[in-house]
Write a protein that binds this ligand. Structure first.
Ligand SMILES: Nc1ncnc2c1ncn2[C@@H]1O[C@H](COP(=O)(O)OP(=O)(O)OP(=O)(O)O)[C@@H](O)[C@H]1O
Ligand SMILES: [Mg+2]
Length: 282
């Protein structure tokens, strides 16, 4: 079985799924994770998701962060939300009951989620709550993007267990390679115990500023250490990413022809092209 899976990974993958074949292909669950705060996980979840949707894919966003920033950035107020991913994970509420349709479909968060780690801790199968919740609705989507909190706690582990791939946004200003090592160690544990196929499929340099030497250097160090796992597309620093969420929209809706929108369109094409950028795990 393990050998079979290893071989399957070597087979070429089609670049883009042919029209009409969507139902046949497996839904990709892409988790945006980095335990470091403020590296653009939420910004990337939303804008990459909307860019995939523009390309004709059926997209669901899942807000697994008690901060509820993804929920807010689609114009929804986490403070007034009655039922959220907390109820889905802890009380097994069917997921469709917390999905709102905005620019794309979004399964919403609320502050209750802050208690999910504790509430799940005593449950059997606590790491598989998200995987179980997604199973009945998965087929309705081609891509599910999951935003995670800045920690490697039970919520993020749930995301890794449900994932077909992990994308790591890394801020090029305060690069922390140590943080990436810790993330990889956690993924190794998840692979060994819970989900043998989860792996980092790509690293996105974010908040890149080519005029700043430190930013360029951080980008270079990232590429030296992680090779072609690092996407060619760099998400540059621009105030548009702070402006758009205030209006409750992605940058693609906020300024459709703008540079910020195009960066995420480029990233979407690259993610589609590369699929799993399989790297040998030593
Ligand atoms: N390319 C960018 N240029 C400038 N500002 C950005 C960029 N990307 C994101 N930001 C801003 O940086 C802040 C942090 O981004 P974001 O919330 O996406 O990070 P995060 O990793 O999800 O944070 P947290 O760990 O708190 O969940 C936000 O105010 C966002 O608008
Ligand atoms: Mg966030």
């Amino acid at each position: 079985m393990a050998l079979h899976m290893g071989l399957a990974r070597l087979l070429p993958r089609p670049n883009i799924r042919p029209a009409g074949a969507a139902a046949a292909a497996e839904t990709q669950v892409i988790v945006l994770a980095n335990q470091k705060g403020g590296v653009a996980k939420t910004t990337t979840t939303l804008n990459l998701g909307v860019a995939f949707s523009e390309l004709g894919h059926r997209v669901l966003l899942v807000d697994l962060d008690p901060q509820g920033n993804l929920t807010m950035s689609q114009g929804l107020n986490p403070d007034t939300i009655q039922q959220s991913m907390f109820d889905v994970l802890v009380h097994r509420l069917p997921m469709e009951q917390v999905i709102e349709t905005q620019e794309v479909d979004i399964a919403v968060s609320s502050i209750d989620l802050a208690g999910a780690d504790m509430a799940l801790a005593s449950q059997i199968g606590r790491e598989r709550a998200l995987e179980k919740a997604l199973a009945p609705i998965k087929d309705r989507y081609d891509y599910i993007f999951v935003d995670t909190p800045p920690s490697l706690g039970l919520l993020t582990i749930n995301a890794f267990v449900a994932a077909t791939g992990v994308i790591v946004p890394v801020q090029t200003e305060y690069l922390s390679l140590r943080g990436l090592v810790q993330l990889e160690n956690t993924l190794t544990m998840v692979r060994e115990n819970l989900n043998p196929s989860v792996e980092i499929i790509g690293i996105v340099p974010t908040m890149y500023d080519r005029r700043v030497t430190h930013s360029r250097e951080a980008d270079e160090i990232l590429r030296e250490n992680f090779g072609d796992l690092v996407y060619n597309t760099r998400i540059r620093k621009t105030v548009r990413f702070a402006e758009a969420p205030v209006k409750g929209t992605s940058v693609l809706a906020y300024e459709p022809k703008g540079e910020a929108a195009n960066m995420y369109r480029d990233l979407a094409k690259e993610v589609l092209r590369h699929g799993k950028k399989s790297r040998q795990h030593a």
